[in-house]
Design a protein around this ligand. Structure first.
Ligand code: ADP
Length: 397
């Protein structure tokens, strides 16, 4: 079965065509600057990337270009569109309505729309992508895979905030968590990789990318995670502050004469390692800056890793122990020095790192603790597109 995986943002759209039997990517790419001018990046497996400037006033037009590229005589990955058996869409927020992936029926689309309030930047864009695909491929089954779904197993004590209960009742203000597709994929793979029985396991996943979150996965189910109502809570991220004293918002608003929107903009776009370093949100720049002796880059790295360590420590408590800790995503998969610094807080748990393997491991599965370490530590590359493909196949078959 060939599955087209679509991740649609407000002005961009990432896609992969995956053969579900071989799990090989047949073609992938993205559309950028939709509604502005338009650029299509297309790459058939084994060939070079093609970049074309194309007029993309709408998402429908962008998807049409993707479909044209996929069936192109010379570099297409398939002969005709009927070879796309299903489309899997990433949907950011499923609220409390969706605890698993689902076929996108008109009722489901309405329910997703009702979650728009909770993710005003993401869900409307996801819906635009879904509707555009439906128009262009009306007979192809479509599946929605939610970033929040995996965390719907969290107990009430983990998802309720210390706020008036009426806000939960009236507006569903609670912790939802994100990156669920990645936390689910990586925790399952960690159990397989280490030969653990997932139904009798305590795994902590540190998804450290530009957006970053940690989750506690007990017996295969998410029991806590660091992101909250929105992806702003939790770790210090590329440009997001993560947890702060909420009173800082009023304090900064008054001092800087900012509106709520202005403060939110600072917390989402000007904070995190970008804000602390004053240099960049890209971890590679921060690492290079720290290596050259830039104190604020060093501070950004230290704050980042300390916060990850504190979350991991709190999830050891939440699960009353831990069997394995898995690092994933751009930073988690590639920066051995950072993994070492995070794990240095866990000598007390009996963690023994294999420094040589840890420092040499980049973007590949590896056990980076010693074989006899009481808690196993590993790198497990995430693959959200493959996870969406698998979920889609499971529902369409
Ligand atoms: P997202 O999907 O949230 O945009 P990614 O998982 O792609 O994020 O991670 C992006 C982050 O990973 C960036 O901060 C980038 O600098 C960092 N990163 C990616 N590759 C490397 C690498 N080889 N070395 C250091 N940092 C890396």
């Amino acid at each position: 079965m060939n599955v087209l995986v679509v991740n649609c943002g407000s002005s961009s759209l990432k896609y992969q065509l995956i053969n579900s039997e071989t799990e090989k990517v047949l073609a992938k790419g993205l559309c950028e600057r939709i509604g502005i001018d338009g650029r299509l990046v297309y790459q058939k497996s084994g060939l070079d990337k093609e970049i074309s400037e194309l007029d993309m006033p709408t998402h429908k037009q962008a998807i049409q270009f993707v479909l044209d590229a996929l069936v192109n005589d010379k570099t297409g990955a398939i002969k005709e569109l009927s070879e796309i058996d299903a489309v899997g869409h990433r949907v950011v927020h499923g609220g409390e309505k969706f605890s698993s992936s689902t076929l996108l029926t008109p009722e489901v689309l309405k329910a997703i729309e009702e979650c728009n309030d909770l993710a005003p930047l993401h869900n409307p864009a996801n819906l635009i992508g879904i509707n555009a695909c439906k128009e262009l491929m009306p007979n192809t089954p479509m599946v929605g895979v939610f970033d929040t779904a995996f965390h719907q197993t969290m107990p009430e004590k983990a998802y309720l905030y210390g706020l008036p209960y009426k806000y939960y009742e009236k507006y569903k203000v609670r912790r939802y968590g994100f990156h669920g597709t990645s936390h689910s994929f990586v925790s399952k793979r960690t159990a397989e990789f280490l030969g653990l029985d997932i139904n009798n396991s305590k795994i902590i996943v540190a998804h450290l990318g530009n957006g970053a979150s940690v989750s506690a996965v007990l017996n295969g189910k998410s029991v806590d995670t660091s992101m909250g109502l929105t992806p702003l809570e939790g770790l210090v991220m590329g440009t997001r502050s993560g947890d702060i004293d909420p009173a800082i918002m009023e304090f900064i608003a008054k001092k800087e004469n900012l509106s709520i929107e202005g403060v939110m903009n600072v917390l989402n776009k000007d904070s995190g390692i970008h804000g602390i370093s004053g240099k960049s949100s890209d971890f590679r720049d921060i690492r290079a800056g720290a290596a050259e002796g830039d104190k604020r880059c060093q501070a950004a790295m230290d704050v980042f890793s300390y916060k990850v360590a504190k979350y991991i420590g709190s999830y050891v408590a939440a699960m009353n122990g831990v069997d394995a800790i898995a690092f994933t995503a751009g930073i988690g998969e590639n920066v051995g020095k950072l993994r070492k610094s995070i794990m240095s807080y866990f000598d007390y748990l009996g963690v023994k790192m294999n420094d040589e393997v840890n420092l040499a491991t980049m973007a590949e599965e590896a056990l980076i603790s010693t074989e006899d370490s009481k808690v196993k530590v590993c790198v497990i590359p995430t693959n959200e597109e493959l996870a969406i493909c698998r979920e889609t196949v499971a529902l369409v078959k």
